[in-house]
Design a protein around this ligand. Structure first.
Ligand code: XLS
Ligand code: NI
Ligand code: NI
Length: 435
């Protein structure tokens, strides 16, 4: 028996109780018209919290989790589920998320792997009767096994494509049965290392077909959740096709899926793509494909996916501003795709990390609320574009002016537009005032 695993025994509450407590995350506090719990929709991710042993490229396991060392792997999977639900209930989070291979060991055949996943899925269903936790999303791990080394949907071998499809079917069915709010596709190996062995056009078409098959299956089984794609520019693949929000949007348009699929944006992936987190959030919102968030923090000095817990309050405030001024989440939420550092070896370090980051997100939301209600920023931006509300501005956008028309207009009116200050430093000071 592994559970109880944590020394913390009492459910963690807002500013009360023994041991850990939330300082800012008050689930019942109404912010921007909804309870904080409903606005933030926090999820614990299964992989980093319960399946990652604390290794890095130069050294192995540091955590020594008992469920990773059982003689019978399925017994380990059951113990892991016990600890996971112990943590969900201690934190009081409304959601969790998993890959098939996080929750159950891969078997000798697909049939056996599917059975393992199903068995733990049934255990989840039982545990969910007693817990308030719900499933934010499920996903298939189409990147760890060596069969996927050259990609899943984009593999040169159609049998690998078929295997990946079969794996997705199993997890999408399970996600549906568990009442999941979304299903995620992250294509870690959908890309290439060298063009010398790659037919890019063919691979992109394969990916488009795969995505369409997922949507067709979703409709067939009546899954009510949202299909999400998670962009990442590189790692493990050198050139990844789902690089960022913009490239996914192009792909969705190409394959006729822009109304079917939305995006799961991860902070660390945004900065690896050379963007700010808010850039990706604002672009997805502008394109109407914002779905959900993998909340974490990348290290600006490192060029890889460190997946640290988000703790930076000014950054969270800005992110929350762009998320909640656009209306916030529908089926999505803040999923902690984040791992504790490999030296954080005490069981309760897992709780500390989640509590601290939930508080940082809650503070971000509270600051964003001030910014949204005050509206000085919004008004500034609106005023900046006020000219477009005039007669000529409207006519241009409505397609009623040609290059000839505008040339005549400028010459006749002898226009000489004068630059206006962008007032960046004033706006930065304003932002600091809210913090
Ligand atoms: C890896 C991704 C992964 C996805 C789910 O970089 O973030 O964890 O969120 O497959
Ligand atoms: Ni992620
Ligand atoms: Ni990541």
């Amino acid at each position: 028996m592994t559970a109880p695993f944590f020394t913390q025994k009492d459910p963690i509450k807002y500013r009360k109780g023994k041991g850990l407590s939330y300082r800012w995350y008050d689930p019942d506090k109404v912010v921007l018209g909804k309870r904080m719990e409903e606005q933030l929709r926090f999820a614990v991710c299964y992989w980093h919290s319960f399946t990652w042993p604390g290794g890095d490229a130069f050294g192995g396991e540091t955590f020594n989790r008992p469920w990773m060392h059982t003689a019978d792997e399925m017994e380990g999977a059951r113990q892991k589920a016990d600890v996971a639900f112990e943590m969900f209930d201690l934190l009081g989070v409304p959601f969790f998320a998993f890959h098939d291979r996080d929750i159950a060991p891969e078997g000798a055949s697909l049939a056996e792997s599917n059975r393992n996943v199903r068995e733990i899925g049934e255990l989840f269903a039982k545990k969910m009767e007693k817990s308030k936790v719900r499933l934010l999303w499920g996903t298939a791990n189409l990147f760890s096994n060596r069969r996927y080394m050259a990609g899943a949907a984009t593999n040169p071998d159609p049998e690998v494509f078929a295997y990946a499809a079969a794996q997705v079917k199993n997890v999408l069915d399970l996600t549906n049965e568990l009442g999941g709010a979304n299903y995620v596709l992250w294509g870690g190996r959908e890309g290439y290392e060298t063009l010398l062995n790659t037919d890019m056009k063919r691979e992109l078409n394969q990916l488009g077909r795969f995505l369409n098959m997922v949507v067709e299956h979703k409709n067939k089984i009546g899954f009510k959740g949202t299909i999400l794609i998670e962009p990442k520019p590189k790692e493990p693949t050198k050139h990844q096709y789902d690089f960022d929000v913009a490239s996914i949007f192009g792909m969705l348009k190409q394959f006729g899926l822009e109304n079917e699929v939305k995006i799961n944006i991860e902070q660390n992936h945004a900065i690896l793509a050379g963007h700010t987190f808010e850039h990706e959030l604002a672009l997805a919102t502008a394109l109407g494909i914002f779905g959900s968030i993998d909340i974490n923090r990348g290290d600006y000095l490192l060029g890889w996916d460190t997946d640290q817990f988000a703790m930076n309050i000014p950054e969270m405030a800005l992110a929350c501003y762009y998320i909640f001024r656009a209306g916030g989440f529908t089926t999505g939420g803040f999923n902690f795709d984040a791992k504790i550092r490999r030296q954080s070896i005490e069981p309760d370090d897992l709780l500390e990390a989640h509590v601290a980051s939930m508080d940082a997100c809650a503070r971000g939301l509270l600051i964003a609320e001030k910014m949204i209600k005050d509206a000085t920023l919004d008004t500034f931006v609106e005023d900046r574009y006020a000219g477009w509300g005039g007669k000529e501005g409207k006519a241009i956008l409505a397609g009623k002016r040609s290059l000839d028309d505008l040339s005549d207009y400028v010459l006749k009116k002898k226009l000489d537009p004068q630059p206006k200050s962008g007032k960046q430093e004033y706006l930065e000071r304003l932002l600091n005032e809210y913090l």
